[in-house]
Design a protein around this ligand. Structure first.
Ligand code: GLN
Length: 331
């Protein structure tokens, strides 16, 4: 039995009850009006071992948008479709001690985005997605993610409308600088694609299923990852993509996990790697996904976030679980 699979339902429920007391130390983001309407006391966690029984506790039926948790998934899709050379011609692989929407980091780096977990990197990668507009690009990514993982992500249209209701000047300035430096083809399409993919929505169960893919759980096996894409108006374009439905390669999974570990929680990544030691990605919605390579995934949702943009109760839960179960990849 793996260390993750040793978790009991009773243990998880105790941890969620403790984590709920931490929510008071976070606050809801205010730059997307609908995100500010979440209940700050929500806490949900879904632990999915590759082999063994699932444990889940808290507000597990509450859907949420992925926001920046989509970034490693976008990276994986592009690595699978376009290869490492093309992807890393557009984005770097170095950590940053600046915030997720830092324009000054991009200026220091002369318009070349430092890593794919920052807004700059993800906006540059959104520009690389195949498809004529944000809607078709987001739909292609959504279908692929659902097919390889068995998740049921949907586009949350009300949150997308809410994102669009307030212009995000920082992301626009980032896109402008990327374009000026020759690292972005279409500012409008890249920003719209980025906004849409951030609004892909699911529950902690969906997020854990995606985490299982990142943990290597369906790599090379016959499973949902090998289903054939349904015919759509994009099918011509889909057929040009070489690995549309195959499970991700180990090589690409290693890249994504390494970047989640070093960059996934922005300026908190180093400290978290020491304290928890798991590749993890956060989103300002309060979503958090931790990968336990070879063992499974832990998906958390709790919308009250700290100044870094990471879920307070989610970080607390991950730290408790990692320490109790000895989950760090480094021992
Ligand atoms: N869409 C959000 C933004 O650009 C995502 C950021 C995040 O989740 N950290 O601000």
């Amino acid at each position: 039995m793996t260390r993750l699979a040793a978790l009991t339902q009773a243990q998880l429920e105790t941890e969620v009850a403790r984590a709920r007391t931490q929510t008071q130390f976070g606050r809801l983001p205010d730059y997307v009006p609908l995100l500010a309407k979440a209940n700050p006391e929500w806490v949900a966690v879904w632990v999915q071992p590759l082999h063994g029984s699932i444990c889940a506790a808290g507000d597990v039926h509450q859907p949420f948008v992925l926001m920046s948790v989509v970034k490693p998934l976008l990276l994986l899709f592009l690595l699978e479709q376009l290869g490492q050379r093309t992807v890393f011609a557009r984005v770097g692989m170095e950590p940053s001690d600046q915030s997720f929407h830092s324009l000054s980091q991009l200026q220091v780096d002369r318009g070349f985005p430092r890593n794919p977990m920052l807004n700059s990197g993800a906006i540059a990668l959104a520009d690389l997605l195949p498809g004529r507009d944000g809607t078709s690009r987001c739909e292609m990514l959504r279908r692929w993610l659902n097919q390889i993982s068995g998740s049921q992500l949907v586009l949350d249209e009300p949150v997308l409308a809410s994102v669009r209701s307030l212009p995000n000047e920082t992301n626009r300035a980032i896109a402008n600088l990327l374009a000026e430096s020759g690292h972005l083809d279409s500012i409008e399409t890249a920003l719209d694609t980025y906004n849409q993919i951030c609004c892909l929505s699911g529950t902690v169960e969906d997020l854990a299923k995606l985490g299982v893919v990142l943990a290597g759980g369906i790599r090379g096996s016959r499973g949902v990852g090998e289903e054939v894409l349904p015919q759509t108006q994009n099918s011509n374009q889909n057929s040009k993509l070489k690995t549309q439905n195959s499970p991700p390669t180990s090589q690409n999974l290693r890249v994504v996990n390494a970047l989640m570990l070093t960059c996934g929680l922005y300026e908190f990544s180093g400290r978290f790697a020491v304290r928890v030691g798991l590749p993890t990605k956060s989103g300002v919605s309060g979503a958090l996904l931790s990968v336990v390579p070879g063992q499974g995934a832990i998906a958390c949702y709790s919308p009250a976030i700290n100044a870094t943009g990471n879920s307070v109760a989610g970080l607390y839960l991950l730290e408790q679980l990692a320490q109790t179960l000895n989950l760090s990849i480094f021992v």
